[in-house]
Design a protein. Structure first.
Length: 373
């Protein structure tokens, strides 16, 4: 049995790791987690404890803690003596891969969850990317977009990179209790009887919300029966987004910080919009899969995984980047055409059938199995 230590940064709750714990073959792999986080008591810790997965906590409050955290994890890894260390998130890679390298762990895997962020916004971070890339023995790219950046822009050897897509759980049955939608609407005072336009994105420029709101302002002037729902409504571009929202009628939108019943939230939408501002803005974009899986007619730009599975007029409507006018026309087209909405919903559901947590787990297990001890 191979011992694998997962090193994660800043994670309170993440379904990705809960699914991992539930689905990995425990007859072949023994998991443990090292969490780099300000607080020890997290949802991830509780989940690990509930599934008898060893959990270790490294306190972290600022960049000043990087060296101390690295040395603590190095010492911890020396004691655990894993066969494989698998690090996630930028800081998790910087600290975790470095600690594993210092500890002499032979197999050091890093999952790259971001794409060209440092290339575009923080060039100073590229030297840390190069450090992580050089000291990782293997890198998991979550999409072909990320693979291209690693190989073409950062000169990582091809044989060092594998694409392993994110996935969503296969549904046990098709029975969804639509009363859950009523619970969502009542919880957030979302007006009943209106057509809901959904956006599930953090308030950051990369997500393109600054192009959605002006588009919807035009639509609201035409149709008073529309209501905008913005979920995950926080982020570093919050001031800009709030100013744009002030141009809409006060009762025309609802902001939601976080909703645990993700399926009910998505299924409450009549139309969904996700329009990242460039090809590389999303490394993957799980939101694409969720919207299509939950039968929501959608308007997309092609970013991250969308390049590999979204087709215009087949499973969604595709618009150009940073284009409010095209967003207006696409939403207007969907609202006016029930036959198109049904077609996109049906095809969208089919297009995500191969993106499952089970498939992801088998690819991860194959990667771990191919590591020679």
């Amino acid at each position: 049995m191979k011992k694998i230590v997962y090193i994660v940064f800043g994670i309170n709750k993440a379904l990705e790791f809960e699914w991992l714990i539930s689905e990995i073959d425990t007859s072949r792999f023994e998991l443990s987690f090292i969490s780099i986080h300000p607080n020890e008591e997290t949802h991830l810790k509780k989940h690990c404890e509930n599934h008898q997965v060893p959990f270790y906590h490294i306190p972290y409050n600022s960049k000043k803690d990087i060296l101390k955290s690295t040395l603590k994890i190095r010492k911890m890894l020396k004691k655990i003596d894993p066969d494989i260390v698998h690090s996630h998130i930028f800081e998790g890679g910087l600290i975790g891969i470095t600690a594993a390298w210092l500890a002499g762990i032979k197999h050091r895997i890093y999952t790259r969850h971001y794409s060209d962020f440092h290339h575009v916004y923080h060039p100073n971070g590229l030297k840390y990317d190069q450090w992580i890339n050089a000291r990782s023995t293997h890198i998991v790219a979550v999409s072909e977009v990320v693979k291209d950046i690693l190989i073409k822009k950062e000169n990582v050897p091809k044989q060092k990179v594998s694409v392993i897509h994110h996935g969503i759980p296969q549904e046990e049955d098709n029975c969804f209790n639509y009363a859950r939608i009523s619970v969502i609407k009542e919880k957030y005072n979302i007006p009943d009887g209106k057509q809901l336009i959904g956006v599930v994105s953090r308030y950051t420029k990369l997500k393109g919300i600054q192009f959605i709101i002006p588009a919807l302002k035009e639509l609201f002037e035409e149709n008073e029966n529309l209501h905008l729902v913005l979920a995950n409504a926080k982020g570093n571009d919050e001031v800009t987004i709030k100013k744009l929202l002030q141009k809409l009628p006060k009762d025309a939108y609802t902001e939601i910080l976080f909703e645990n019943d993700n399926e009910a939230l998505f299924r409450s939408f009549d139309v969904f919009i996700h329009v990242p501002i460039s090809r590389e803005a999303e490394a993957f974009g799980l939101t694409y899969l969720e919207a299509l899986n939950f039968d929501v007619p959608s308007v997309f730009t092609l970013s991250g995984i969308a390049h590999e599975m979204v087709k215009d007029e087949e499973n969604a409507l595709v618009v150009n980047y940073q284009n409010s006018d095209e967003i207006v026309e696409a939403v207007r087209k969907l609202l006016a055409n029930e036959e198109l909405r049904i077609k996109l919903s049906n095809n969208g559901k089919k297009s995500v059938e191969t993106y499952t947590t089970r498939k992801k787990m088998r690819k991860l297990e194959e990667l771990y199995e191919n590591v020679r001890l």
